[in-house]
Design a protein around this ligand. Sequence first.
Ligand code: PLP
Length: 380
Amino acid sequence: MIPIAKPYLTTEEAQAAYDTILTGWITQGPRVAEFEEKFARYTGAKYAVAVSNCTTALHLAMIVAGVKEGDEVICPSMSYVATANSIKYVGAKPVFAEVNPKTYNLDVVDTERKITQKTKAILLVHQIGMPADIDAFKRLADKYKLKLIEDAACAAGSAYQNAKIGSHSELVCFSLHPRKVISTGDGGFITTNREDYYQRMKLLRQHGMSVNDRVRHESAKVIFEDHVEVGYNYRMTDIQAAVGIKQLEKLDWIVEERRKIAMQYHEAFSDIDFIRLPIEEDGYFTNYQSYSVYLKENCPISRNELMQKMLDAGVSTRRGIMTSHRETAYKTEYADVSLPVSENACDNSIILPLYIPMKQEDITKVIETFKANILVAVNL
Ligand SMILES: *Cc1c(COP(=O)(O)O)cnc(C)c1O
């Protein structure tokens, strides 16, 4: 069976975890500090705050951006549900806007249409690694005096206008879940250029504690900590950070290898009329966290039937990106919300296996299985 995804982990990562365990310092400490410095340097942001996952990263971003009960935040429904959930955590309301059907990223025109007196922020997702048009959303946020937060969960290693994702705006959130391009098991980051946000997020991720354990541990004098506001335990551990430092060293190479496989899919499928392939326009550089193909209306095989046929042949696939407003947790509250572009894209997209290293025979099998099922259906 060809899996849909697989993290790229080697004995280097295992050794780093092993070595860290034997230092006796296993939760947030020196390895986390080193990883933060390296992640900031990699993305080109001034600061990076390591946290337990991207969902907690988004929660802290909402807090420091000042999003509160009664506010509205515009985001895509077509995203992993954690995007919308993070808005709910602070008592605000996710307002779903449509996506651009070619990139699956938030549509700037529909976003502007959904701005009201209550709108406080826009949560912009770089869906499956494809950067959204950050400049257009920055202009929109400036025009209406809104905060812009980036959900870059999938976009480590992607770039927009020749700069790495993480460097463009005040709050950018990343995930290190195994389904993303580099992983620490679970883990996340917020990058920011604002010193005040940086300091507050460091407090909030560790119980609002005025002095962190490491400073207290290294101090020659007795220090008593204070808890200056109600915080959270959103720490990353040093074991995770040690793994992450090794993963980060490989990130650009991993992205290049993923792009080579995506190019093979691209070339193999470019002559099929019934489908639409991912589009990377000038100024956009994707890490291909996922390779999603849209089946047009004239496609002779349905998406679900194609998924079953591929599974029968030993190739795992996934449905396209979900829509949050149709999930059970949201559908009652959003019963009157209609997002035809997002719903159509979700229902007719299929995600193909993409991981490294992926054997050439497996890449070829994915291509042949996919093409054969569509072409067989044509001949019927
Ligand atoms: C994966 C993902 C998240 C959640 O990341 P975790 O690290 O699992 O919390 C949030 N938003 C998007 C768009 C994602 O793809």
